[in-house]
Design a protein around this ligand. Sequence first.
Ligand code: PNW
Length: 519
Amino acid sequence: MEQFNLLFNRKPDASFLRMLFPNGILPLSSLPFGAGFTQDLTDSYKRYATAAPQIEGAWDKDGKGPSTWDTLAHTSGRVIDASTADDATRSYDLFKEDVKLMKSYGVNAYRFSLSWSRIIPLGGKDDPVNEAGISFYSSLIDELIANDITPFVTLFHWDVPQALEDRYKSMLDQEKYTPDFVRYANVCFERFGDRVKHWITYNEPGVYALAGYAGGAHAPNRSSDRSKYAEGDTSKEPWIVGHTQLVSHAHAYHLYKRDFAPKQNGTIGITLSGNWSAPWDAEDPKDRAAAQRALEFEIAWFADPVHGSGDYPASMRKQLGDRLPTFTAEEKKLVNGSSDFYGMNTYTAFFVRDKVPEGEPIPPEDHKGNLAWSDENKEGVSRGLESDTEWLRSSPWGFANLLRWIWDRYHKPIYVTENGTTMKGEHVTAPPSEHVLNDTHRIDFYRSYVGELAKAVKDGGIDIRSYFGWTLLDNWEWAKGYTDRFGVTWVDFESEEKTRYPKRSAAFNREYFKHLIAQ
Ligand code: PNW
């Protein structure tokens, strides 16, 4: 743990402060942070998020049932580096070390997800509960609380019990799936709700539906693309799977509000993914309409039913027709208003315009709203600095616009539940040098995004209650395996102990937030 001492057991020196404030040391009065930011974020700002399948490992230990992601990882050709998450960062074994690390990062809250098939190995409403799974999460929760770290718990971060996929194709069968999900939620509220006061039902239902059922690269690997996938229908299934998530989310929400909130006093909501989309040519009304449509297909797909009009956006109905499910009157009532907050995962921004010209037919497999993307707009302005991930560039300007768009459209308190980046040059063999651990691209990312967040609160009057960086540790990035490193901690995946090396961004964030709060 030498790196650890190097970075953390020393007072901020001049060079560190220069890194914090490149335009002059401690220009605190010039920083855009006011009373609102201090009050709203004092208790809830310093945190990281993770997901069970990406960090836990122990994929078949102590009674855990396989999930659809375990199946994917054990199918050849599905993960780009042919890796599995069998061990991942071994956080199942090393959770106490993770908590210690977070403590040293000045973290006061931690967002993590529960593995459904660790708690109910076969997943279904009549299937037995695995007490070893309950006791693992119970110990993690206790350890966090003992260290003054508030747990934020996500019930579903993409890992469906494989048994439910085998029984009835999971979310494709809304009627069978919903009671199974609701019973799982009930078990979690019952067993952890005395200590967990912040619940998130689903993480990014949109990415889940599109990556797993349209593109097909994610579990359960369904798509119309027969060259790669045996089953699926890109034109229909993503919309069904989206609908199932909305309705089952709403049932879990109301169950919590009715049976648990009165005595447990917690909050519950859903987290949606969404990036900013700007017109390629800001002067062209067609491009402006394309950008609005992009936001509606990506975000309002879920946010309008939950936080807004109570129905899918008109632009989606127009393109998708009756391939997009309709809400029954009862479902509409159930879904609309079913989130105490707006849970927001966001990373980047895009420039868009129409793909198929007006008047020509849009293929039924199109699931993004008929868009063509570019990295630069008509004037040649770039959407941002490149990361190590193709779709992701640093676009703090987009984050600022997106906060405004979401606030104006939905007027719900915003919890930023994920935001972060990869960077080039982190693929080295252990031990990483000081140079590699000095992750300036990531530091600049956090500096600029959190700066926009603070401006939105202070100048924009937007009610933002939290900020979670993605992510605590380099981890198993789904179908990208170990090739994408999003962590503020570098992990040696080759080592038995999955040795953790804090990157400089972890120290940066700790000090940065300390300064903001001191304001
Ligand atoms: C999120 N996009 O996924 C997930 O919640 C995390 O589990 C994941 O590790 C993280 O972001 C980084 O990828 C996303 O294309 C995947 O805009 C793709 C997008 C956004 C979020």
